[in-house]
Design a protein around this ligand. Structure first.
Ligand code: F6P
Length: 528
């Protein structure tokens, strides 16, 4: 169904926006977290909640009950629930590409679902295709796992065709089959592919060429070089050693790849790890665990689709994002996963948030008078503590921090996990409490905000839930801002210019270039 953006008011056009502005001036900007906890013994209970596979403590955020109520009112006035219906109804909410947005369908069970979207019948055909492809892909994953000749699997893809599988494979390393190495090559910089290929033997290597479009220059360049390495290194049978994960099956066949696992244009690249793009994850952890990953995400979908806005975690996180970005004027958020398995989570969330919501016009093409996507950044704890946490504690900018901690370790080394957990608790505490030194070098202002997400263990289901939580949160903030979170035109200009520059590097033609680009190009060609 078509999506009519005029039916959904933008956040700055509803009464709650002005009310939030007044509240921010009157009380919001002066809120002191220490005072808020002292005044309200129930603050932790009120601002924390259970959600599928995780617990969230939002109580150390610069939020009081009145701001929260006004934010919920804002969501209602922007018709967030109706926008959620449009998502789950398969409306073409990706307006500029006239596409549905249905990554949630990729984890919708064939039977025994947590909830039934009211218009599920309209996408029943897509759902059966999803399960046919999933079943085939998981059979293939198990075949690879059983094939002792394949010792190394190389995923060649970039952006959404790299970050999700890489992040999840690292996160779920404890569940991986021992003895098989997974590699991820994304950069067109040949140092990356060269470094990986050096240690490999064509006869024992499987390449997964992952690209939604099968046209991305980095991926195609790497795939061609890998194929050349394979054939010149004595590899036989490209069609057995190269598999494509793509919506463009025709282009994959043209490349010489016979085995392809497809997906659909209604799966955005940065939302695609649940599709055939997830094959490296399935090879690493096996079919049953991959299904648990999907089930965890579906549990979060169910929560998002059914929980009232007041207790709906993706909604609450998105409202906080709007509060910080548009009222407190905070332009970045730091993500601090206290689990080394989640070391690629910040990079993964960067694409999800910033490619989705890094937009300057609304769905109707009007320039926005307020800020959208924050800058997302971070490193795993405790490493970040010894690098940039100084700035978080004593710098001039306030940066909300999102801690992710895991209660149970998946190793047995004594003492480590206790240290890790005490550090994550201490950092959140220090940001909030601060330290009074009369304003000198050892003074910490405190009252600095953080959110705490706690998983019982880092397993496929909890990872699925954590990622789906973030997807829905990005959807909600984008919906409130009135933007299209599902296109990415901002990446196209640089691609077009690179296409123009590539032949110039060979010919030296600088005609029509600005003086800086021309000067740099001449230097790169050693022609001063
Ligand atoms: O250029 C940006 C982008 O289109 C991302 O949105 C996407 O995840 C990535 O490139 C890779 O695209 P593809 O999977 O089509 O190779």
């Amino acid at each position: 169904m078509a999506f009519d953006p005029t039916l959904y008011p933008r956040c700055d056009q509803v009464p709650a926006w002005a009310a939030l502005g007044s509240h921010w001036h009157a009380q919001g900007r002066g809120l002191d977290l220490r005072g808020a906890f002292a005044r309200d013994p129930g603050r932790f209970g009120h601002f924390s909640q259970e959600a599928p596979h995780l617990f969230a403590d939002l109580s150390k955020n610069l939020l009081d009950a009145q701001a929260e109520a006004l934010l919920i009112q804002l969501a209602r006035e922007c018709r967030l629930e109706a926008q959620r219906e449009a998502l789950f109804g398969g409306d073409k909410i990706n307006l500029t590409e006239q596409r549905q947005v249905m990554h949630w369908l990729l984890r919708y069970p064939a039977a025994g679902a947590g909830w039934t979207p009211t218009r599920l019948g309209e996408v029943a055909g897509e759902l059966s295709q999803v399960h046919a492809t999933l079943d085939a892909m998981l059979v293939y994953a198990e075949q690879v796992r059983a094939d002792t000749h394949i010792t190394d699997v190389v995923n060649i893809g970039i952006g959404g065709s790299d970050l999700g599988p890489q992040m999840a494979t690292l996160a779920l390393a404890a569940f991986a089959q021992p003895g098989r190495r997974m590699h991820f090559v994304s950069n067109v910089d040949g140092h990356e592919l060269d470094g990986v290929l050096r240690a490999l033997d064509p006869a024992h290597t499987l390449f997964l060429v992952a690209s939604k479009t099968f046209t991305t220059i980095e991926t195609m360049t790497n795939a061609r070089s890998a194929r050349a390495w394979f054939t010149t290194g004595g590899g036989r049978d490209v069609s057995r050693h190269f598999v494509a994960l793509t919506t463009n099956v025709a282009a994959a066949h043209e490349f010489g790849i016979a085995t392809t696992f497809g997906f659909w244009d209604w799966v955005g690249g940065r939302y695609s790890m649940w599709s055939a793009i997830g094959l490296p994850i399935a090879i690493a952890i096996g079919a049953p665990a991959f299904r648990q990953l999907l089930a965890g995400a579906h549990a979060m979908d169910t929560h998002f689709a059914t929980a009232p806005l007041e207790r709906n975690l993706p909604v609450r996180l998105a409202l906080l994002d709007v509060w910080y970005r548009n009222f407190h004027g905070l332009s970045s958020r730091s993500i601090a996963p206290y689990h080394s398995g989640l070391r690629r989570l910040p990079a993964y969330l960067q694409q999800m948030e910033m490619e989705s919501n890094g937009k300057r016009v609304d769905r109707q093409g009007r320039a926005l008078p307020f800020g959208t996507s924050p800058v997302l950044w971070g490193e795993p704890g405790t490493n970040g503590q010894h690098a940039y946490f100084q700035m978080l504690h004593q710098g001039t900018d306030i940066v909300p921090v999102e801690f992710v901690a895991v209660r149970e370790a998946s190793h047995t080394l004594p003492g480590h996990h206790e240290q890790l957990l005490s550090n994550v608790l201490a950092q959140a505490q220090a940001l909030m409490q601060g330290q009074d030194d009369g304003g000198g070098h050892r003074h910490f202002t405190g009252s600095r905000p953080s959110t705490f997400l706690l998983l019982d263990r880092l397993d496929p289901a909890s990872l699925g839930a954590l990622i789906a939580l973030q997807e829905h949160r990005v959807f909600c903030s984008g919906a409130l801002w009135g933007i299209n979170s599902f296109d990415q035109w901002g990446v196209e200009l640089g691609k077009a210019l690179a296409r123009d520059i590539t032949p110039r590097l060979a010919t030296g033609d600088i005609g029509g270039l600005d003086a800086s680009t021309a000067g740099l190009l001449r230097r790169l060609r050693h022609t001063p």
